[in-house]
Design a protein around this ligand. Sequence first.
Ligand SMILES: O=C(CO)[C@H](O)[C@H](O)COP(=O)(O)O
Length: 218
Amino acid sequence: MNADAMKKQAAEAALGYVEGGVIGVGTGSTVNHFIDALATIRGRIEGAVSSSEASTARLKQHGIPVLDLNGVGELSLYVDGADESNDRLQLIKGGGGALTREKIVAAASRQFVCIADESKLVEVLGRFPLPVEVIPMARSYVARELVQLGGTPVWRDGFVTDNGNLILDVQHLEITDPRQLEQQINMIAGVVTVGLFAHRPADVLILGTPHGVRTLGR
Ligand SMILES: O=C(CO)[C@H](O)[C@H](O)COP(=O)(O)O
């Protein structure tokens, strides 16, 4: 079974967490499978709050209403993928560059269900370069600060986020204390969001495997 089939399996299993109302929807290839599956039960939900322009377009194609987060209260459920997860369900996200809106929607949701193929589960976060969204004028300054923290930042040249900002992908980090590093990077002037989800980890991780889905909780 290839990675995409495992992602689809995890995405379809997440449908079991949908209880109606308005749900938060993340971004990426795994979430695309979730949106396609959600379309089959769209009459059961009021709509979705989306974390990116790409997911908004896909939700609308399926006739799922997309709502403004400011107009709805707390969301009961957020479903999103990840680039890496440890066994505490702390995540690296932002491979698709949607980390800021993803972090906002995750924060505004009661339950965060993360969906991924089994390769995303790691012992120590950091093999996947850590995305950091930065205000354009701060790019070089933030990069120098990230070097001080032991990383090797690489500018995702040519990529602009939905918020009009830039991404630095930080390589060579071994993230043994994700909560502390999230806080440290958040403190750097010019950083909009770091793609570490340690203060708001996932509540449930559904992994697609060749032998069926595996579900981890916190
Ligand atoms: O954080 C993300 C986008 O910003 C995605 O959830 C992450 O990159 C995983 O993507 P995929 O489901 O395509 O493997």
